[in-house]
Ligand binder design. Sequence first.
Ligand code: ZN
Length: 288
Amino acid sequence: MLQDLPFGRLENEFRNIHPEQNDIVVCVRENSILIKRDEHDALTLPTCAQVGEWAYANNWEHWNEESFQYVFRMQDVNYFIWMGEAGEPGDPAYAYEMARMLRQVNSKHICFAAMTAWHLFSWYRNSRFCGRCGTPTVHDGKERMMRCPHCGNMIFPRISPSVIIAVTDGDRLLLSKYANRAHTRYALLAGFTEIGETGEQTVEREVMEEVGLKVKNIRYYKSQPWGVDGNLLMGFYCDLDGSDEIDLDRDELAMADWFHRDNLPAKDDGISLTREMIRVFGEGREPK
Ligand SMILES: [Zn+2]
């Protein structure tokens, strides 16, 4: 999966530091990230020195020391985000690419860094004012938290839990396709956890809402941070309980159907929890 990195994990504890010339900077414009893609699809993010030059030469908005926000450290390199609206790069090899489309397995740690930085960028951008009293917030000196200097409100990074659901019936797996999407691929059912709900209850509710089926024996598999949507995805397998007749929610899904373990129409992409769960079922290795 995207977050399974050969060198371990990213170091996500907050540090109160300023960027050095060789640190990496993730620049965001709308939903896109500034990135260089070579002829082998290997991805590179720019350094602080490059971004500083481009910002100065091309008059990027709000360029000063405060424009850089430290986010995490990976393989002994510090990563920052550019907090203003990023402008044109001074190197034509760089271009803006949609964060959610970055799925290059051979540059997995760069894709993961970009998606995670995007998640943090969105949170910082949306946390500039206190939601309780409207005062501009300041960053806490010790941890990743925005604090209101007027009323003391503490705002922590927002992560939305949601579930990925593999509904099984013996050797059959339920696969679906989303409605209203340009590129529809086979997927597992999915949905957000509501307040006051356990992950298992989300599974039961979403399966009933989306396909009208009852399930039992709900068992947890693995989780995945999915920064482009601000999610923590929790993967569950469960068994059909009763009728297999699908009653499709056509607002959410274009189709849903049962597929045999030996004939699953989706390959593992090495990136998503959904694809790994489909492969694991195909291999008969899902938790029982
Ligand atoms: Zn306040």
